[in-house]
Design a protein around this ligand. Structure first.
Ligand code: TRP
Length: 374
């Protein structure tokens, strides 16, 4: 694959080799420092592996949010899902981390399903998007969020409470701001131009509903940041606090380290509903390897875990640092072969999915507990 000279990263396009330092500069976000991590560890009692491993790597206003927390003003979490297709492993990282934050800080989560967004942006019918909304909810519930502290908002179903706030946001955003942020053209549909207003609403809706002034903390994939760059200016004008944000890198696609995982190519993403056999086949057949072409060369020269997708994915699934370090060492030295590394990953993913699929089945009876009651 030819590397694109200028990579694109925004909510609607993630292409090319991703330079996270450049994103930090271009987006005006801050890398998480050692002292930030130390503070999270002190408050949470431990550090999630995704923080130790730099998967969550940057932030906006995290320290303000934690200052408030320490003063007794707990934040609420806000994240979301655009329901346009099946959930794959790349979606789960942010949500698993969000669940950890909920547990460690004992806070509420507002989870937005943007069925309006996906209807407007994807070439799919309204009914198809509704079906994916249901399917995607099962995956979110399966991750074990506390139903007493988690509230699902579905844009078209909660429109009655969201729309009055969305128009207040929309009135403060110009078309030229939206064009500059997302590259829309005169030919873009007018719903897509309005949409950022809907994604902004949960930043402050809980405070409006309850007459509170809690900080909002948003864990997200860094491609979603442009929405909130706009939101942050606007919500302040409406008398609300700017949200804090924690940014995550993308789980690389199976074919190599460019772009992000997507279910647009069925064989290239591992879906939460895949069977153990499908997982095995996809990883064995497609996972880009940093190994040498022959066993002899591999033993002599060793593999390169830095570009090896199986190793990179293990960072998301093998939470034991000692084991991960040993695997890395053995792969680099040539002791561990590419096929053996893939096998370790396959087993890890399959045992995760076995559990996930069980809970996903049980989730079918639990949706009502999670939907926010108006
Ligand atoms: N737009 C996001 C998507 O396409 C969904 C989303 C809505 C979201 N609100 C969010 C993601 C807040 C992160 C944080 O997936």
């Amino acid at each position: 694959m030819v590397s694109k000279v200028s990579p694109k990263v925004n909510p609607y396009e993630v292409e090319g080799k991703i330079d996270y330092d450049r994103i930090v500069k271009d987006f005006g976000i801050k890398k998480l420092t050692k002292s930030d991590l130390g503070r999270i560890k002190r408050l949470a009692g431990e550090l999630h592996p995704y923080l130790r491993r730099g998967i969550f790597f940057a932030n906006r206003d995290l320290n303000w949010c934690l200052d408030e927390y320490e003063k007794g003003n707990k934040f609420f979490l806000y994240t979301g899902c655009g329901p346009s297709g099946p959930i794959h492993l790349g979606h789960l990282g942010t949500w698993r981390f969000t669940k950890w934050l909920q547990d460690k800080f004992g806070v509420e989560l507002w989870f937005q399903f943007t069925d309006d967004e996906k209807f407007l942006f994807k070439n799919k019918s309204y009914q198809e998007i509704q079906d994916w909304t249901y399917e995607n909810m099962l995956d979110v519930i399966a991750l074990g969020f506390d139903s007493k502290k988690t509230h699902f908002l579905v844009d078209t179903k909660h429109a009655g409470i969201m729309y009055p706030e969305a128009i207040k946001v929309a009135k403060k955003i110009t078309f030229s701001t939206i064009k500059a942020a997302f590259g829309f053209k005169d030919s873009s549909n007018i719903g897509s131009i309005f949409y950022t207003s809907m994604q902004t609403v949960p930043v402050f809706l809980p405070n409006v509903l309850r007459n509170e002034k809690r900080p909002c903390l948003i864990p997200l994939g860094v491609d979603q940041d442009p929405h909130f760059r706009i939101s942050r200016d606007v919500v302040e004008k409406l008398g609300h606090k700017k949200p804090a944000v924690l940014h995550s890198k993308f789980m690389p696609p199976i074919t190599g380290l460019e772009g992000k995982m997507s279910s647009s190519f069925a064989d290239h993403a591992i879906l939460t509903t895949d069977t153990p056999k499908q997982v095995k086949k996809k990883i064995n057949k497609y996972a880009f390897s940093g190994g040498q072409p022959t066993v002899e060369e591999h033993r002599k020269l060793g593999g390169n875990p830095d570009i090896d997708v199986s190793f990179q994915w293990l960072k998301y699934f093998e939470f034991d640092d000692n084991k991960l370090v040993q695997i890395e060492k053995d792969y680099r030295s040539g002791k561990l072969l590419s096929g053996e590394l893939k096998l370790i990953l396959i087993e890890k993913v399959n045992s995760f999915l076995a559990e996930h699929q069980k809970k996903r089945e049980q989730a079918k009876k639990q949706i009502d507990k999670y939907l926010y009651k108006i």
